[in-house]
Design a protein around this ligand. Structure first.
Ligand code: HEM
Length: 372
């Protein structure tokens, strides 16, 4: 173990980090939460769009919802990709020895990941644009998009898991006494962990449908019976898949090594508590999903954030066994780049908030001209 600690610490960037590691860690957890929410919206939205595509041949409501979700999924995929870059940068800064080694072990997959996303993106666009009024055909492209998204998720999850097991790296990197530099294999995948990030797709998409129903409610030109149906369908989906998520969560916990003593970890207990609150509030929201959409979305966001924190605490437990701590990373304070980072970040938020507010009001049918 001591040997491994020396190896890991010597693989760090000798330049050190330009600001306190806790800041990178906090931003990594926050941006991962945002990333996984949009990943969930894409996987859940595209799956439901496909379901609606098939069911829509007999039921016009599903046909309409399928078209909406296909369109939304293209936007959500862009956001999932953009929001994936942020945790990628942070993980490379504070966990560089792990992330790079894992990527080297499976180089072809790390590169393939980019190809999978490109194909998923193109296929999703064809599915959305080409179906038109006649929804016969083109379902094939929706299916391709889903398969590619699944491959993307499998790849990134395997890379994450491989990075947590430095004790296995030599057995993966060596065949007998020879180095295996092919990078063609994925060496470790925890299905329970992967499902823990994918099953919520349907709960999160259900909440998205509740928000959709709430958002368009003031619009007189909308069919309100349809909106009520969308809200109720979303609330049911969110409830059933939150229940399933709890089962998957327990399964994942059972796969975590006993010597980490994770079952009694306060982060895990706190995360589980927020999960239960989400379930309770979802039960209450079944009667009037439209009215409860905002509180449900808020609590669900807290649950995803708590899950991201727990995921990070688990990583610290795994790597702590090798005496690795990000808090001992060499510090090379650079106020200039830190200031520039935050200044552009705040500026970006201000600039983007204006079009978002206008788009929000316009979509809801609010007069944005000030009555002129
Ligand atoms: C759109 C398709 C994508 C899907 C379905 C997806 C799915 C996932 C999943 C399931 C995880 C959790 C893995 C785990 O901890 O076991 C994850 C983590 C992550 N994803 Fe994505 N992702 C996608 C796109 C991206 C993109 C385009 C990037 C980067 C540009 C990215 C960067 C990351 C990072 C950095 C992590 C965390 C790695 C870590 O902390 O160890 N993802 N993603």
């Amino acid at each position: 173990m001591t040997n491994m600690a020396t190896i890991l610490n010597s693989m760090r960037d000798p330049m050190g980090v330009p600001f306190y590691p806790w800041m990178f860690q906090a931003l990594m957890v926050l941006t991962f939460a945002l990333h996984i929410i949009f990943v969930n919206l894409v996987i859940g939205g595209a799956s439901l769009a496909m379901y609606g595509h098939i069911k829509g041949k007999e039921e016009p409501k599903w046909k309409r919802l399928s078209a909406t979700l296909a369109r939304a999924s293209t936007v959500n995929l862009s956001l999932a990709i953009v929001l994936g870059v942020a945790p990628l940068l942070f993980v490379q800064v504070i966990y560089d020895p792990f992330w790079y080694f894992s990527n080297v072990l499976s180089g072809w997959w790390a590169m393939g990941f980019l190809l999978f996303i490109c194909i998923a993106f193109l296929a999703l666009y064809v599915f959305y644009l080409k179906r038109g009024e006649n929804i016969e055909g083109y379902g094939f492209f929706g299916a391709i998009a889903l398969v590619m998204l699944a491959l993307t998720a499998i790849t990134i999850s395997a890379l994450s898991v491989q990075s947590l097991h430095p004790e296995k790296w030599d057995s993966w990197y060596l065949i007998g006494k020879h180095m295996n530099t092919a990078g063609t294999a994925l060496h470790d995948l925890n299905i329970a962990r992967l499902l823990h990030f994918i099953v919520p797709s349907f709960a999160i998409t259900g909440i998205f449908l509740m928000l959709y129903s709430w958002y368009f409610e003031p619009r007189k030109d909308f069919d309100h019976e349809y909106l009520t149906w969308v809200g109720k369908t979303g609330a049911k989906l969110a409830l059933y898949f939150t229940l399933l998520q709890i089962v998957v969560g327990v399964w994942w916990l059972l796969t975590i090594p006993k010597n980490l003593d994770f079952l009694t970890n306060p982060a895990l207990l706190g995360g589980a508590a927020v999960g239960v609150v989400t379930l309770v509030i979802l039960v209450g929201a079944q009667k009037n999903p439209q009215k409860q959409a905002i509180p449900v979305a808020f609590v669900a966001f807290l649950a995803v954030l708590a899950m991201s924190i727990t995921r990070e605490v688990l990583r610290m437990e795994y790597l702590g066994k090798f005496n690795y701590s990000i808090y001992t990373y060499k510090l090379n304070l650079d106020w200039g780049s830190t200031f520039l980072f935050f200044a552009t970040f705040v500026m970006g938020l201000i600039v983007i908030s204006y079009p978002i507010i206008i788009a929000f009001k316009l979509g809801r049918g609010t007069d944005v001209t000030g009555g002129e």
